[in-house]
Design a protein around this ligand. Structure first.
Ligand SMILES: [Zn+2]
Ligand SMILES: [Zn+2]
Length: 380
């Protein structure tokens, strides 16, 4: 049985930042390209598993309550450290080890010294109902890798430069010859000591520990356009992780989540709401105030409006994304309220109405008696 917290050497109440920091520290020690201990790979996989679980709030909650079995049972099959999504482990290793992490695919055919674009990042952004409709400028906190200022991205301590890798003599690749009964085979592989860069940093920069990039938190201003909806992705160019070897920065994608409104239901660019009117208003027609995205607006109720009738306020819906003046519509459903507390006078009027209309309807004699009673009591 493995305890994820002790694998990462953190407290049970560790914050996400602490988890990330602990993982990075341990990953650097245990990475099989660096650590030649026979159980390094196994430990490294365990570390990845522990990290993947604890860094995810949902999985962590399940793990805390039910342990590893709980994760299996809830469908989180832990496939080890290679099953990471967007912005996951691959990116972290890319930044630690200069890419080309064996067996994980990626950049094996490409020189590790070639410029590489930084990773794209993804972040959720929650918007209030109205913010998504009319757009807004928001300040948000982001976290991404930036070029280390102290070493200008070289990873070397100030005033030093990388030396030629002594293992591969700067070629980045080594030849391994294996002798078998059938003869000897020569295989060329990426130099494990420099990961193919041909260089070795002897004195790493104290700030980035030789990585050349540091995780940085920063606040940026983002313009949310009008008309965005759930699931919309807003691309912020260049705000992903910074590139490697002078490569371009990745992009940041903000994925929009919109809070619900208690007044309206949004359906694409259209808005739905309800308005309550009285029976006389439904019969005779009227004008009533309704709330719209643009404030109160008078809505015409035509005479003889039926329950549930939907009236349209044309172009009072959501502004179309990327358009200056086009908008959806606002549909208002009419709800006719049956009165519950009537004054004597109102009761009489309803009774009178009933009497007038009773010839048109099938009715129950006891109701006619009641009506007569209500009408009769008025004369007393
Ligand atoms: Zn540095
Ligand atoms: Zn080397």
């Amino acid at each position: 049985m493995s305890d994820y917290y002790s694998i990462l050497e953190i407290e049970r109440n560790a914050s996400k930042d602490e988890i990330k920091r602990a993982f990075r520290k341990k990953a650097r020690q245990l990475h099989p390209d660096v650590n030649k201990a026979p159980d390094a790979e196994e430990k490294f996989k365990e570390l990845g598993k522990a990290y993947e679980t604890l860094v995810d709030d949902d999985k962590r909650a399940i793990y805390d309550r039910y342990g590893e079995d709980g994760l299996q049972n809830s469908g989180y099959t832990n496939q080890g450290p290679f099953d990471f999504g967007f912005g996951g482990l691959n990116d972290i290793f890319e930044s630690f080890f200069g890419g080309g992490f064996g067996g994980m695919g990626g950049f094996e055919d490409e020189s590790p010294n070639a410029p590489r674009r930084g990773s794209d990042l993804r972040m959720n952004i929650k918007l209030k109902f109205e913010e998504a409709i009319f757009g807004i400028e928001k300040e948000i906190k982001i976290e991404h890798l930036e070029k280390c200022e102290m070493c200008h991205g070289t990873g070397c301590k100030n005033g030093t430069t990388p030396i030629v890798c002594p293992t591969c003599k700067g070629h980045g690749r080594i030849q391994q010859t294996t002798r078998t009964a059938l003869g000897s085979f020569t295989q060329v592989t990426v130099c494990p000591h420099c990961n193919g860069t041909g260089q070795k940093i002897e004195q790493p920069c104290p700030k980035c520990h030789g990585v050349g990039r540091v995780e940085t938190e920063k606040t940026i201003k983002v313009k949310i356009p009008q008309g965005v909806d759930n699931g919309a992705k807003i691309r912020i160019s260049g705000e992903g992780d910074c590139g490697i070897n002078g490569g371009l920065n990745g992009d940041l994608y903000l994925v929009v989540y919109v809070e619900e409104s208690d007044k309206y239901i949004r359906d694409g660019y259209n808005i739905h709401s309800k308005v309550e009117i009285t029976m006389p208003q439904a019969v005779l027609g009227d004008e009533v105030k309704v709330e719209t995205l643009d404030g109160e607006k008078l809505l015409k109720i035509p005479p003889s409006t039926q329950y549930g009738k939907v009236l349209t306020l044309k172009y009072y819906g959501v502004p179309l994304l990327g358009s200056n003046n086009k908008r959806g519509d606002h549909f208002v459903q009419v709800i006719i309220k049956t009165p519950t507390q009537l004054s004597d006078e109102e009761k009489k009027l309803y009774a009178k109405l009933y009497e007038l209309q009773s010839k048109k309807h099938v009715h129950n004699d006891s109701i006619i008696d009641k009506v007569k009673h209500v009408l009769g009591s008025g004369k007393d």
